[in-house]
Write a protein that binds this ligand. Structure first.
Ligand SMILES: N[C@@H](CCC[C@H](N)C(=O)O)C(=O)O
Length: 321
C-alpha cells in the first residue's frame, strides 16, 4: 500500500500530514515514532492525521513524536487548515479536533508572500484538573512562585485544551536552557504534579505588544515553536500585565506569529495567525507491520521564502539577547 504524505511546518514546528478514510487501519503511534526519528529525512515533531468528520470539513488528530496523542496542535492546525481549504477550494472551514470544532481561515501574509492561516484556539481553562495538574490542593495557579520549580519565575497553568505551564522569566533563563530543560524533564517524567506531562514555556516580554517564547513540548522536547504554547503565553502575558490585550507578536526560535487575545468578561477568545509552509510531497510504502519504506520525496520551493522570515526573526532576537 502506498500512502501520500506532506511534510509541513508552522513556525518551524514540523509535521507530516497524512489523510486516511480509515482511522483504525494502522498503528499511528508506531508510524509517528518512525517518521519523527532524526535520521529519517531529518525527523519531525509529530504526525497530523486528517480523517473524515461529521462536525466539520475534516478531523485532525495529533500524534506526538513519542507516539502519545495530544488534544490540540496550533501550528499543525494551520497546516491542516491550508491542506483542507486548498483541497476544497474554500478560504475558511471548521475542523474537528479532539475536544472542539475550530474555525480556520486563510489570511493575508504576516511576512512577504508566505502562505498564512489563522486558527481558533479553544476551549481554555485555568482549572488545574483540566491539565491535569495538582499542587497543594490548589484550584488554579495564576502568576505564582512555586518553590519546588524555581525561586525567580512566576508560573501560570492553563489548558487550551492541551496542558501548558507558562513561566515569565528574565533573559538569563532564555540564553541558558538548562533550568527549563531540568524542570520540563522532571514534569514530563514520573512526578507528583503533572501525571500526563505538560508543555513548558519560558516567556520573556520584549515590549508591550511583543514576547519571546521558548517551549519544551510534551512528547517531543525543545521545539522551534509550539502554536498552542505561543497563544497560551500571549494570553498569560496579557493577564499578568506584561503585554497588552489585543494582538501580541510572538517570536520563537522558529520564526514569529501573531496571537489575538480578546477578553469577554473573563472568557477569552484566542486566535493564532502564522505561516503554513509545505516543504515536501512524499510517497510512503507500507511494507508490513511497523515497517515502511520511502517511495519518493519531492521538495517544494516554499522553504526558501520562509528563510527570509527566519533571517528577520534572528535579527530581532539578536538585538534583545
Ligand atoms: N506543537 C503543537 C502542540 C503539540 C502537542 C503537544 N506536544 C502536547 O502534547 O500537548 C502546537 O503547535 O500547539
Amino acid at each position: 500500500m502506498t500512502m501520500q504524505l506532506h511534510k509541513v511546518h508552522g513556525s518551524g514546528n514540523t509535521f507530516y500530514i497524512l489523510e486516511t478514510t480509515d482511522e483504525k487501519s494502522m498503528d499511528w503511534s508506531q508510524l509517528s515514532i518512525w517518521l519523527c526519528q532524526k535520521e529519517n529525512l531529518g525527523g519531525a515533531d509529530g504526525l497530523l492525521l486528517v480523517a473524515p468528520s461529521k462536525k466539520g470539513l475534516a478531523k485532525m488528530r495529533v500524534i506526538n513524536a513519542d507516539g502519545s496523542e495530544a488534544s490540540m496542535c496550533g501550528n499543525g492546525l494551520r497546516c491542516v487548515a491550508r491542506y483542507i481549504c486548498e483541497k476544497n477550494n474554500v478560504s475558511e472551514a471548521l475542523i474537528e479536533t479532539m475536544k472542539a470544532v475550530l474555525k480556520v481561515q486563510k489570511e493575508a501574509p504576516i511576512y512577504a508572500e508566505i502562505p498564512t492561516y489563522s486558527v481558533e484556539i479553544a476551549p481554555i481553562s485555568f482549572e488545574l484538573t483540566s491539565l491535569p495538574m495538582s499542587y497543594k490542593n490548589k484550584y488554579e495557579i495564576r502568576n505564582e512562585m512555586i518553590a519546588e520549580f524555581a525561586d525567580d519565575i512566576t508560573f501560570t497553568a492553563v489548558s487550551v485544551p492541551n496542558p501548558h505551564l507558562i513561566g515569565i522569566v528574565q533573559p538569563d533563563k532564555i540564553t541558558n536552557t538548562l533550568h527549563q530543560e531540568r524542570l520540563s524533564s522532571m514534569l514530563n517524567g514520573q512526578n507528583d504534579f503533572c501525571p500526563d506531562g505538560v508543555n513548558v514555556s519560558y516567556v520573556y516580554p520584549m515590549d508591550a505588544q511583543t514576547i519571546y517564547v521558548r517551549t519544551y513540548e510534551r512528547g517531543v522536547g525543545f521545539t522551534n515553536a509550539c502554536g498552542t504554547a505561543m497563544t497560551a503565553s500571549a494570553l498569560v502575558s496579557s493577564i499578568v500585565g506584561v503585554a497588552q490585550e489585543g494582538t501580541v507578536t510572538v517570536f520563537n526560535p522558529g520564526g514569529f506569529v501573531q496571537c489575538h487575545v480578546k477578553n469577554n468578561k473573563g472568557c477569552f477568545d484566542l486566535k493564532l495567525v502564522g505561516n503554513a509552509t509545505f516543504i515536501a510531497e512524499l510517497e510512503l510504502n507500507y511494507e508490513k507491520e511497523n515497517e515502511w519504506l520511502w517511495q519518493s520525496v519531492k521538495n517544494t520551493d516554499e522553504q526558501k521564502a520562509y528563510e527570509s522570515l527566519i533571517a528577520y526573526t534572528e535579527n530581532k532576537i539578536a538585538a534583545i539577547f
